[in-house]
Design a protein around this ligand. Structure first.
Ligand code: DX5
Ligand code: ZN
Length: 226
């Protein structure tokens, strides 16, 4: 079975104390730190998400305080524009959205790898799973698929169980692929996600909002490994 990776979403952390929040999550047993990079700028092709969070300068600052795997999720319309700067900043994973990379994903994946990062592809709840098959199978494959379990943009939303069909399809087709789920994951939804085949678990509000985040992290891991 594929290894569990528990990734607290730093979007739910206290951004003014990012270094200590990161250290706290690592000490609580986090494998990865999930970093949500969103840009709500009306560029060529419009808004991707109605929110604005962090970018490469913040990743670069955080990297000076932690060795943790920084799992960067790019909710932007032109991910290729950020590959070089995120690589230089010390990002570990670079996950872009399939909805915005139709034509240039070959080039994008190559560039991500050449900057020493691990490429992943994400899909929104309404995007058919077939769209990522070529990216997983190509000669320059991505190493992770992120199935969004809420509409991207904000933490604290409700898990959408319908998205589990996509996770099941991916797991049947690709037994060793890293499959990440993101949005509304916590003690009450982890079992359905784990049973469908997800192994990388992003959790923001359920971890940061818990009285004992370490317990939630360990429960998420136990569910994946069961
Ligand atoms: C939403 C982000 C998520 C978010 C998850 O667009 O991609 O990573 O932080 O937060 P929770 O776990 O609270 O749904
Ligand atoms: Zn995310």
């Amino acid at each position: 079975p594929v290894e569990a990776k528990i990734a607290p979403s730093m979007l739910s952390s206290d951004f003014a104390n990012l270094a200590s929040e990161a250290e706290r999550m690592v000490s609580f047993g986090a494998d990865w730190l999930h970093m949500d990079i969103m840009i709500d700028v009306d560029m060529q092709d419009g808004h991707f998400v109605p929110n604005l969070t962090i970018g490469a300068p913040v990743i670069e600052s955080l990297r000076k305080h932690t060795k943790a795997y920084l799992d960067c999720h790019l909710m932007v319309t032109n991910p290729i524009d950020y590959v070089d700067q995120l690589g230089k900043a010390g990002a570990s994973g670079f996950t872009f959205h399939v909805e915005v990379s139709k034509d240039n994903w070959h080039e994008l994946v190559k560039r991500i790898k050449s900057k020493g990062m691990r490429p992943g592809v994400a899909l929104k709840p309404g995007t058919p799973v077939e769209e990522v098959f070529p990216l997983v199978e190509g000669e320059n494959p991505v190493e992770m698929v992120l199935v969004m379990t809420v509409e991207p943009g904000f933490g604290g939303q409700k898990f959408m169980p319908d998205t589990m069909k996509k996770v099941r399809t991916l797991r049947e087709k690709y037994p060793t692929l890293d499959i990440e789920v993101d949005g509304g994951l916590g003690p009450s939804t982890i079992d359905i996600a784990a049973a469908a085949g997800a192994n990388c678990i992003v959790a923001g509000s359920s971890v940061f909002g818990a009285p004992e985040p370490a317990q939630v992290i360990s429960l998420l891991r136990t569910s994946v490994n069961k």
